[in-house]
Design a protein around this ligand. Structure first.
Ligand code: ADP
Ligand code: MG
Ligand code: ZN
Length: 482
């Protein structure tokens, strides 16, 4: 029997506000601040304290909801989710349950089979828990700096059918959050936590099977791998006539497998009830509309504009818009090109090819590209106008990346200017042909492939500087003419 995978995603995004969700404590970088230095009686869960809602966090949440095309509830409710755990000093987490901040959104993803709409079920506000660090079997330290940090939970309908779709959605969502400036997008530090729910059903069936939730996924690669692994694991279980248990699993990066974490709590176990210390969250319609009007151009729309305005392919556009900083870098470079001299398409290729390669190698993020956009444009202009050849261009870019120096200066210093002088090239070609009479003879005898080899010899003789098009023309001329 063949099975179909059904997958839904829960994403927790820490909101990058100045202060926490229900108190005035600062939101701090967990790697910078000493443990338990950003804590007050409210977020430490002391009796007798009262929460106050952080308006900035609500605004961030509404912006995300609007960007995802949700219906924003002008009246939503906070609720207590009760459970007992050392990272939760109050003994409950303030969340939203029956009346979330927003519902019914959508996010369009690009898949191998074309566009696909993923429905967003709900977007709600809540608070983060503290952080536990375990030492061996019997010692655990508690850091409450994270307790009470605003969290936005974004839950999809079970609309995914394949691991690749899940990854695409997670990447697209991260891009939106970063465009809005509400989340760092740092999966490794846990600022963005992605939890897929996976079940299988016989192909053609309309009912859902039992789902398994996976936690601890700190990269997109791990997300895709874990979903694929879990589909495989459940397939084997079902094929062996066994049943899938509703559990929460963790992803073990070293062993590349999911491992059991805990048997899933049901909703009853959390004893949700309306938060008595907070009134309903009521939003002014005019305020929501102002937030809607102030939304920036989001990745999907920007990609469409890049296709129309700059003649990029959809793929090239989608690569450039993924990071806001890259998209802005590209546009800055385009602006500094002299009009019509170079197609923006060529610039896009240099960015997503060589520049990304250098950035990956050096571990440099899009915000810290060491080559000024105008200098990249200058380099691409030199290549496109034939003043240096593409191979030389790549070398120059690598040096620009390392040293921060300008394109023209490096080209001059390295003597890389491309030579297009016809007499000079004609001489190189005739010298080369004289050196390899055997190869010339076999070309004349019909071995056409030798032409490329001879071309390579001429280019080498010129140390890569000869204009390749002129070399090719000259070669054909001299070989044909003899
Ligand atoms: P829970 O209360 O266990 O968190 P929810 O009903 O809130 O479950 O759903 C959580 C996520 O799991 C949602 O993204 C939803 O789309 C997805 N989901 C629900 N049922 C299934 C299923 N049978 N298989 C896969 N995903 C599912
Ligand atoms: Mg859940
Ligand atoms: Zn506090």
């Amino acid at each position: 029997m063949s099975y179909e995978a059904i997958i839904g995603l829960e994403v927790h995004a820490e909101l990058a506000t100045q202060s926490k969700m229900f108190c005035g404590c600062p939101v701090v970088d967990p790697e910078q601040a000493a443990p338990n230095t950003a804590v007050c009686p409210v977020c430490a869960g002391m009796p007798g304290t009262l929460p106050v809602v952080n308006a900035a966090a609500v605004g961030y949440g509404v912006r995300v909801a609007l960007a995802l095309g949700c219906e924003v509830n002008l009246r939503s409710l906070f609720a207590r989710k009760n459970y007992f755990y050392p990272d939760l000093p109050k003994g409950y987490q303030i969340s939203q349950y029956e009346q979330p901040l927003a519902r019914n959104g959508r996010l369009v993803i690009q898949t191998a089979a074309g566009e696909k709409v993923i429905r967003i079920r709900r977007v709600h506000l809540e608070e983060d828990t503290g952080k536990l660090t375990h030492f061996g079997e019997d010692r655990t330290l508690v850091d409450l700096n994270r307790a009470g940090v605003p969290l936005l939970e974004i839950v999809t309908e079970p609309d995914f059918r394949a691991p690749e779709e899940v990854r695409r959605y997670a990447q697209a969502l991260r891009a939106i959050l970063r465009y809005l400036g509400v989340n760092s997008g740092d999966l490794q530090k846990g600022a963005l936590r992605i939890e897929p729910n996976i079940s299988l059903r016989p192909a053609g069936s309309q009912t859902f099977g039992t789902k398994v939730e996976i936690k601890n996924l700190n990269s997109f690669h791990a997300l895709e791998r874990a979903v694929a692994y879990e589909i495989e694991r459940q397939t084997k279980l079902l094929e062996a006539g066994e049943t899938v248990q509703q559990v929460t699993m963790g992803w073990d990066e070293t062993r590349q497998m999911t491992v059991l974490q805990r048997v899933k709590e049901g909703e009853d176990d959390y004893r949700y009830f309306p938060e008595p210390d907070l009134p309903p969250l009521v939003l002014e319609p005019a305020w929501v509309e102002r937030l809607r009007a102030s939304l920036p151009e989001l990745p999907e729309r920007r990609a469409r504009r890049f296709v129309e305005q700059y003649g990029l392919t959809e793929y090239a556009a989608s690569v450039l818009v993924e990071e806001k900083a890259v998209a802005e870098y590209f546009e800055e470079a385009v602006r500094s090109l002299s009009a019509g001299a170079v197609a923006p398409r060529a610039l896009a290729n240099w960015i997503s090819g060589d520049l990304f390669g250098l950035m990956n190698q050096a571990g440099v993020s899009a915000e810290h590209i060491p080559v000024p956009a105008a200098e990249l444009a200058a380099l691409v202009s030199l290549v496109e106008s034939g003043q240096i050849n593409p191979r030389g261009g790549r070398e120059v870019l690598a040096e620009m990346f390392q040293s921060g120096r300008g394109a023209a200066e490096i080209v001059r210093q390295r003597g890389l200017e491309q030579v297009s002088d016809a007499d000079f090239i004609a001489r190189l070609v005739s010298e080369t042909l004289a050196e390899y009479p055997g190869e010339v003879a076999s070309f004349r005898a019909g071995k056409a492939a030798v032409l490329n080899w001879l071309f390579g010899q001429v280019m080498r003789k010129s140390q890569g500087r000869a204009n390749p098009q002129i070399v090719r023309q000259e070669l054909e001329k001299q070989l044909g003419g003899r």
